[in-house]
Design a protein around this ligand. Structure first.
Ligand SMILES: O=C(O)CCCC[C@@H]1SC[C@@H]2NC(=O)N[C@@H]21
Ligand code: NA
Length: 556
């Protein structure tokens, strides 16, 4: 097949659709931004005056962490490693139940303006500032990734200069908010799946190829935490990842706090579940179709992990002018909704957690001006991070998950330490956070430097025998080279970073708290502790529970 046949390029219809969609959402955003002037108080502007219903809250919860990373990264993951990643869906059950019934009740009843205000109530202002700075670092890096990816995609299909597109994307992002994420996944995946199955010769042909290609992964119950993707690293490790994102991440907490009532907030958390499962399923099926379509053919140049999905979509939709433009526009709106919600939370925490406590007498007008200046500053910082993440090389999904694990895990640990362990004090919290962050950076950077976590990719041809034996051969060699000691530490699966660092923060935090004189029960601010023991021992009569757990009851 001559390469020109596969030239990826937009038709006039594609450019038109892309421009119209992007222009429309830009207009919507500008309208909101300009009319937003009426919303005087930060309470009104940032928390929608605490009057949101569960439907808009749940939609914006999904839009926050469903960006181009999932749309481009998940199919590439399935193409390269098989459907093991799909098991992360099992983590969504506990991953959303605990935020709904543990984190939301505690945080909602305290009527906070930011998630990190909790840390000052429970511990001290210093802990709050450290938590906020950690969150800012995580969000800026993640946003760099989200800005870079759609620009990279557009560059691949239009030849636009990459960094010019990144700049434009960054500028457009700071202007508006749209619901991306879910819409993007559903729209493009369904269209592409339909064409892909048709072109591969029907569902049975697709199934035969993916089955023989070894892409249907069985239930891998290997307990080894250095195995990159197993049922345990994804379903259990994924639970901690979900807690760090949907339980204590500022973007999501801000949405819970904007809900009309606590029940609405809990209901919105439940409503996220089916959408996340649908998005995950569509992306995984798309990865399988892509494998069935291309396995055996030589596309090595184009199947670099970040390009293959764009290439596949353009290839499948080439016969339908306008749809490729729609796909890239959806990619952008998926990314922009994530980026703008991250921007929004950055502005909130900077104002509420860093600036207002230092300058309590600042006028609302000055504060609004300052938050606009901050948005520009963060915009530039994210563009710089876009370049850094470009250098990280790994598949984008893996980079995003590593960032959430390395930085989100310690923050999750800080909140767990505060909510579940009344004895923890501020020194313990600070020591825990510092210890957790240094451990996660040690293992994270160690794994990049020693490249042990480089995953074994199944060979990409369709013949079952060969690929399976190759996989078997490589697993034999890996066993032979079983890493030991520090090498084993570096090869910890990145899906365990959240759980591992959260556990370390709690252990270090409690140890230091006991050494420096643990809090007595009555020292703890009311409503900042979740009566974990009380809830787990629900079957005991009240007076025994009181004596045993003697935990201050939550604010009713
Ligand atoms: O930014 C993205 O598009 C995805 C990055 C990973 C976010 C996590 S993974 C588990 C959960 N499921 C999602 O779709 N998003 C979050
Ligand atoms: Na999004």
């Amino acid at each position: 097949m001559d390469p020109s046949h596969h030239k990826l390029s937009f038709t006039v219809a594609d450019y038109a659709i892309f421009a119209v969609l992007l222009g429309a959402s830009l207009a919507i955003g500008l309208y909101h931004a300009l009319s937003g002037g009426r919303q005087r108080t930060t309470q009104e502007f940032l928390l929608a005056d605490r009057n949101m219903g569960c439907l808009p809250v749940s939609l914006s919860l999904i839009a926050s962490f469903q960006s181009a990373v999932a749309i481009i990264g998940i199919p590439a993951e399935i193409y390269t490693h098989g459907t093991q990643y799909w098991f992360i869906g099992c983590g969504y059950i506990l991953g959303l139940l605990v935020p709904a019934h543990v984190f939301i009740p505690v945080l909602y009843r305290l009527k906070l303006s930011s998630a990190y205000e909790y840390l000052e109530l429970r511990f001290s202002k210093t802990v709050r500032i450290c938590g906020t700075l950690t969150f800012i670092f995580q969000t800026v890096v993640y946003m760099g990734l989200c800005i870079y990816l759609p620009a990279f995609a557009l560059n691949a299909v239009t030849g636009f200069k990459l960094w010019g597109t990144v700049l434009v994307t960054g500028l457009v992002c700071t202007l508006y908010t749209t619901l991306g994420g879910l819409k993007a996944v559903i729209w493009t995946d369904v269209a592409v799946i339909a064409v892909g199955v048709y072109q591969t010769g029907g569902p049975s042909e697709v199934w035969r190829k993916v089955w023989e290609g070894g892409r249907i992964s069985g239930l891998d119950l290997n307990p080894d935490p250095t195995e990159r993707h197993t049922f345990w690293t994804l379903a259990l490790g994924g639970v901690f990842l979900m807690w760090s994102l949907y339980g204590v991440n500022q973007s999501q907490v801000q949405r819970y706090l904007s809900s009309r009532t606590e029940r609405e907030a809990i209901r919105s958390c439940y409503m996220v579940f089916p959408s996340l499962q649908l998005a995950l399923a569509l992306s995984c099926v798309m990865g399988l179709i892509m494998f069935a379509r291309y396995c055996g053919e030589d596309h090595s140049d184009r199947l670099a992990s970040n390009k293959m999905v764009i290439y596949f979509v353009m290839d499948m939709l080439q016969g339908l002018p306008g749809l490729p433009g729609l796909f890239v526009a959806c990619l952008f709106s998926a990314a922009l909704s994530t980026i703008s919600s991250a921007f929004n939370s950055l502005a909130t925490v900077t104002m509420e957690d860093l600036i207002k406590p230092q300058f309590p007498s600042m006028s609302e007008r000055r504060a609004t001006l300052l938050s606009k200046a901050l948005a520009a500053f963060y915009g530039l910082l994210c563009l710089a991070m876009a370049y850094v993440t470009h250098l990280m090389g790994d598949s984008v999904l893996q980079v995003a998950l590593k960032i959430f694990g390395m930085v989100g895990g310690p923050i999750l640990g800080l909140f767990c330490l505060g909510m579940f362990f009344p004895w923890a004090n501020s020194i313990g919290a600070l020591a825990g956070l510092a210890g957790g962050l240094s451990l996660s950076f040690w293992v994270g950077i160690g794994s990049i430097v020693t490249r042990t976590s480089g995953p074994r990719t199944l060979v990409s041809d369709c013949r079952s025998g060969l690929s399976l034996t190759n996989a078997t051969i490589s697993s034999v060699t890996t066993v032979a080279l079983r890493p030991s000691g520090l090498q084993r530490f570096y090869s910890l699966s990145y899906m365990w970073y959240s759980g591992f660092t959260c556990f370390c923060v709690v252990v270090i935090g409690l140890t230091v708290s006991f050494i420096t004189g643990a809090f007595r029960k009555q020292d703890v601010a009311p409503g900042t502790v979740f009566p974990l023991l009380g809830k787990l021992l629900f079957f005991l009569p009240e007076h025994i529970k009181q004596k045993l757990c003697c935990v201050t009851p939550m604010v009713s």
